[in-house]
Design a protein around this ligand. Structure first.
Ligand code: HMG
Ligand code: MG
Length: 313
């Protein structure tokens, strides 16, 4: 199959990335990061999550962050700022702060569902159905996630049919898109292809997104395999930030800079300006006191420092 001509990137760094930081990042830094990401041309930026601050202390300032981003004079009307909502309590708080898009997050593995949101998959789907109903009454869009789509840190390999079943439940509930999370980044193009084949047989591929953590360095290969299957929406995290607090050892999502380098090289349009993206990555990396975990960013910045031209890709 021909590769897509255009890909939509969903930037998840401010949420999926920062939720895993142990040092508390001030709200003002999160807000500045989100604005820089919007300036770089990203059209969907997951801003924060309305989860229990006892479970994820880093996201305790979610209402402040979302309110500031939505009321900022730098806000770009074309950009969506979805936020995670695990239940009606989180949904109500998100709406109160002005959310116009939310995301619900289920898992394909029972053990992960319990560890992450303290309930079974079946119970989570009931909670999410209530969130989707409340959202649809307010014309708020809902994105769905499935975690552990190929492997679970507690249960090992996950049956692709199981992932596909959960993805279909989220679609039937009313999610406009379902993002497939390789939470621990254990997938390879072989297992990711099998998983997408199963999902695409029950959910149109145009409504599926890839959310690949890069723990084993496979995320770019998995994105390429997904592109070959016709997938055209990918989640990524600026500077490769993050991981999931309930998946020990899982590293960040694939770095946004690496994905944009791949897409630019393939001639696939993403609308993202690499220079501005690199600057946003440098901004958050310096705030966290480390280098960006993106090979493309490191290489491009080193070449620029040395005054060299970018070689052909
Ligand atoms: P629980 O303890 O079972 O909740 O947690 P509960 O309903 O029994 O309530 C207990 C307390 O939590 C109460 O407070 C509630 O008010 C409060 P208390 O009376 O003890 O003071 N509470 C809340 N507070 C704020 N916001 C809320 C909320 N709900 C209850 N929404 C719960 C259940 C789902 C809340 C909890 O397990 C939780 O917050 N989990 C979130 C975990 C999380 O954020 N994980 C990371 C995001 S998922 C991810 O990273 C994967 C993804 O990237 C895809 C991939 O990579 O695979 C999306
Ligand atoms: Mg994730």
């Amino acid at each position: 199959m021909a590769l897509p001509k255009h890909v939509k990137l969903v930037e998840v760094g401010p949420r999926d990335g920062l939720q895993n930081e142990t040092q508390i990042v001030p709200a003002a830094i999160k807000i500045e990061l989100i604005e820089r990401l919007a300036d770089a041309g990203l059209l969907a930026i997951e801003a924060t999550s309305f989860v229990s601050p006892k479970w994820v202390p880093q996201m305790a300032d979610s209402a402040d962050v979302l309110r500031a981003v939505l009321s900022s004079p730098r806000r770009r009307p074309q950009v969506a700022y979805p936020v995670l909502t695990p239940n009606l309590q989180g949904f109500d708080a998100a709406v109160e702060a002005g959310a116009q898009e939310v995301a619900i997050f289920a898992a394909a593995s029972e053990a992960f569902s319990q560890k992450n949101i303290n309930c079974s998959i079946a119970e989570s789907l009931k909670r999410f159905a209530a969130v989707v109903d409340a959202a649809s009454a307010l014309e708020i869009r809902v994105r769905g996630y499935v975690s552990c789509v190929v492997a679970c840190p507690y249960e090992g390999s996950v049956d692709p049919q199981r992932t596909a079943w959960v993805a279909r439940q989220l679609l039937d509930m009313g999610c406009y898109e379902v993002s497939l999370g390789d939470t621990i980044g254990a997938g390879t193009p072989a297992s990711v292809r099998r998983m997408i084949e199963a999902c695409a047989s029950v959910v149109p591929i145009k409504r599926l997104a890839g959310h690949y953590h890069d723990t084993y360095g496979m995320a770019i290969a998995n994105i390429y395999a997904s592109l070959e299957m016709g997938m055209a929406v990918f989640d990524s995290s600026i500077a490769g930030l993050g991981g999931c607090p309930y998946a020990v050892g899982a590293s960040g999502n694939v770095a946004s800079e690496d994905v944009v380098y791949l897409l630019d090289g393939l001639g696939i349009e993403s609308g993202v300006d690499m220079d501005k993206l690199l600057a946003a990555g440098q901004f958050i990396a310096s705030q966290l006191g480390r280098e960006a975990a993106s090979k493309a960013a490191r290489a491009l910045l080193a070449r620029r420092r040395a005054g060299e031209k970018q070689e052909a890709r």
